[in-house]
Design a binder for this molecule. Structure first.
Ligand code: 3EB
Length: 339
């Protein structure tokens, strides 16, 4: 089982991508583009969802490239673009709420778009023999805005949950890891995922209430995600969900981004420990993860990076994005992958 992990993640600038040879691109599983960057890979069929959030910090990196030793093959089913290897599939789709003009109001348009996105994704995964999503990423335009008297994240949550139920999937326990963040108003709802042929090992955080058990004050229906997942087949990759300054079910340190950052790191460290306990060895370490950090306020980038580098080290990969977080009092959310 302890095969070496052949999966990698690199954040690159458009100039760096220009210099990558054709053979390098053949092993690219997906290229997630941020901040309006449009990358045209020289190899066809590579999924490249564009996420409408600004990149923060001095770097020029605008593309997050997932690579996996081949052979890889790609295709499209409905709106779902995918690329796969023997044991791992990447799938992405983007849906505009304006595609649903018949819906009575904005809340219903978002719910309909979410159900359609998840229905199409689940159908594609099943048709392709990768029925088990390990990790979802969700970018919801204007996630904190109100529609029909409730936050758009709440509508998204209810719709995602009913799409899971419609597809006869678990809504608690063995569920995939996920992140759900804001994107620019009027951009597309963007959902992408990694999926495997076997169910993931879902992990919960001993410091936190399971998200699928949140009490009703955080929305009438709880979100559908696990705090982390281990890939049971490909190299025991660890996918840590979007993690924030939540202890139990409460948001801690409102108004203090650095204290939220430290609390979030404690949550991530607890998840790494849980993963290692499950695997029976020190397979993962917080200082060896690849990080994506979402900040509500761009001016927090420098102090948050300083705080994280103090705890994790100078060379740990970190991509900082400007995004709204699904509780208004939270200013930072961090996700990570252990390769
Ligand atoms: C939290 O812990 C913060 O709805 O998919 C984190 C990760 C959060 C995933 C989701 C939401 C989601 O509740 C928010």
């Amino acid at each position: 089982m302890a095969e070496p992990n052949c999966l990698t993640i690199e954040c690159l600038s458009p100039a760096q991508l220009q210099r990558c040879p054709h053979g390098w691109w053949e092993d690219v599983l997906a290229c997630v583009c941020y901040d309006g960057e449009v990358i045209e890979p020289p190899v066809g069929g590579i999924p490249r969802p564009d996420v409408n959030t600004a990149v923060l910090g001095p770097g020029e990196e605008r593309a997050e490239v997932w690579r996996l030793a081949g052979p890889l093959s790609s295709g499209q089913l409905g709106r779902v673009h995918y690329r796969r290897a023997e044991q791992l599939l990447f799938a992405a789709l983007q849906v505009h709420e304006r595609e649903f003009p018949a819906a009575a109001n904005a809340a219903e348009r978002l719910r309909t778009a979410t159900v359609a996105a998840y229905r199409e994704l689940f159908q594609a995964l099943e048709a392709l023999g990768f029925a088990h999503p390990l990790r979802f990423w969700n970018y919801v335009p204007d996630i904190n805005a109100d529609n029909a008297g409730a936050e758009r994240y709440w509508h998204f949550n209810g719709a995602r949950r009913s799409a899971f139920l419609d597809a006869r999937r678990n809504i608690a326990g063995n569920v995939p890891a996920a992140s759900a963040l804001g994107a620019a108003r009027d951009s597309a709802l963007t959902v992408y995922c990694l999926a495997g042929r076997e169910p993931p090992i879902s992990l919960e955080n001993p410091r936190q209430c399971s998200a699928w058990q949140y009490p009703r004050q955080y929305g009438p229906l709880p979100p559908t995600f696990a705090r982390a997942c281990l890939d049971p087949t490909l190299g025991q990759t660890l996918y840590i969900s979007g993690t924030a300054s939540i202890v139990g079910h409460r948001s801690e340190h409102p108004g203090d981004t650095l204290a939220q950052t430290r609390e979030t790191l404690s949550n991530i460290q607890a998840l790494v420990a849980t993963a290692n306990e499950h695997l029976g060895r020190a397979r993962h370490a917080a200082a060896r993860l690849c990080y994506k950090i979402y900040l509500r306020h761009p001016h927090d980038q420098l102090p948050v990076e300083r705080e994280l580098r103090l705890a994790l080290g100078e060379n740990v990969p970190m991509l900082f994005l400007h995004a709204d977080i699904c509780r208004r009092e939270l200013a930072v959310e961090i996700e990570a992958v252990g390769l």
